[in-house]
Write a protein that binds this ligand. Structure first.
Ligand code: ADP
Ligand code: MG
Length: 250
C-alpha cells in the first residue's frame, strides 16, 4: 500500500485580490485550513463569497496574492474539474468526450481504450457511448463530465456547483452517484454547492464562507454515519447540523 500522506493540501493564510478599475476587489481573505487525503469537503457560501475563486486556486489556475497553498508532493497535484455546465464537445460522442483528455496527452490507443471503458462503466453510461451530447439529459451530460474529469486519475476532484442546473430529483440521484464513485475511488473531493442538505448527505466536512471578502465563517465536521440515504434527512442530528449551517450562511 502507498504510504498515506498527512494531508492532501493545506492553505496558509491565503488571500486573493483582483485588480479593478478603481481599486481592488478582495475575493478571499486569510483562508486557512488543511484537508486530509480522501476527505470529501463541501464549501457553502453566498454568491460572491469566493467559492469558485477558491477552486481555481486549488486547481492552480490562479495564484494567491498572499499566503500559500501547500501540497505534500512538491508539484501541483493533478486535478479533475467539473462545472455547472458539462461543456461537452458537441461533435464528439460520449466515448470521444470521455477519452479526450488522454488523447490530448498522447496516451497510446490501447490504454485510452481501456481507461475510457473503465470510466464508462464507473458512471454507468455503457448504453450511451455512441450518443451525441445534444441528445443527453442534463444528468447524463454531467456523468460524462465526471468521467472526463476522472479519466486522468487526478489527485483532487474539484466540483463547482456541478448539479446546480439539474432538477431536484436528478440532483439527488447524481449526488448518490458521486458518493458511490468517491467510495470506489477515494479521491480528495472539494464540492462547491448551494444546498445545505446536499452538503450534509455527501461530505465529511463543510466549510461555510462569509460574504465578500470570503473568510471562513464555519468549519464543521459532518459526523453523520455512512451509508447515508434520503432517510438521513429525518435524522435529528441531520436537522441539528443543517440548522447550524443555515445559521452560519445567514
Ligand atoms: P462565488 O463562486 O462564491 O459566487 P467567485 O469566486 O466567483 O464567488 O467571486 C468572488 C468575487 O470575486 C466576486 O465579487 C467576483 O466578481 C470576483 N472575481 C472573481 N473572479 C474575478 C476576476 N477574474 N477578476 C475580477 N474579479 C473577479
Ligand atoms: Mg461560483
Amino acid at each position: 500500500m502507498k504510504t498515506q500522506e498527512p494531508f492532501a493540501f493545506r492553505l496558509k493564510a491565503v488571500s486573493m485580490t483582483f485588480p479593478e478599475k478603481d481599486g481592488e476587489l478582495e475575493a478571499l481573505e486569510n483562508i486557512r485550513f488543511e484537508v486530509p487525503p480522501s476527505q470529501f469537503l463541501c464549501v457553502l457560501g453566498p454568491s460572491g463569497s469566493g467559492k469558485s475563486t477558491l477552486l481555481r486556486l486549488l486547481a492552480g489556475l490562479l495564484n494567491p496574492t498572499a499566503g500559500e497553498i501547500l501540497y505534500p508532493q512538491t508539484r501541483q497535484p493533478s486535478v479533475g474539474l467539473v462545472f455547472q455546465q458539462a461543456n461537452l464537445m458537441p461533435w464528439r460522442d460520449v466515448w470521444a468526450n470521455i477519452s479526450l483528455p488522454l488523447e490530448l496527452r498522447g496516451v497510446d490507443a490501447k490504454e485510452i481504450d481501456e481507461r475510457t471503458h473503465e470510466m464508462v462503466e464507473l458512471v454507468g453510461l455503457q448504453e450511451f457511448v455512441h450518443t451525441w451530447p445534444a441528445t443527453l439529459s442534463g444528468g447524463m451530460a454531467q456523468r460524462v463530465a465526471i468521467a472526463r474529469a476522472l479519466i486522468q486519475d487526478p489527485d483532487l476532484l474539484l466540483l463547482d456547483e456541478p448539479f446546480g442546473a439539474l432538477d431536484a430529483i436528478t440532483r439527488e440521484r447524481m449526488g448518490g452517484e458521486l458518493l458511490r464513485i468517491w467510495e470506489l475511488r477515494r479521491k480528495t473531493v472539494v464540492l462547491v454547492t448551494h444546498s445545505i442538505s446536499e452538503s450534509l448527505l455527501l461530505s465529511d466536512r463543510v466549510i461555510v464562507l462569509t460574504h465578500r471578502p470570503g473568510t471562513i465563517r464555519l468549519d464543521m465536521l459532518n459526523d453523520l454515519p455512512r451509508p447515508r440515504s434520503e432517510e438521513t434527512r429525518y435524522d435529528p442530528h441531520f436537522v441539528q447540523l443543517s440548522r447550524s449551517l443555515r445559521k452560519a450562511i445567514q
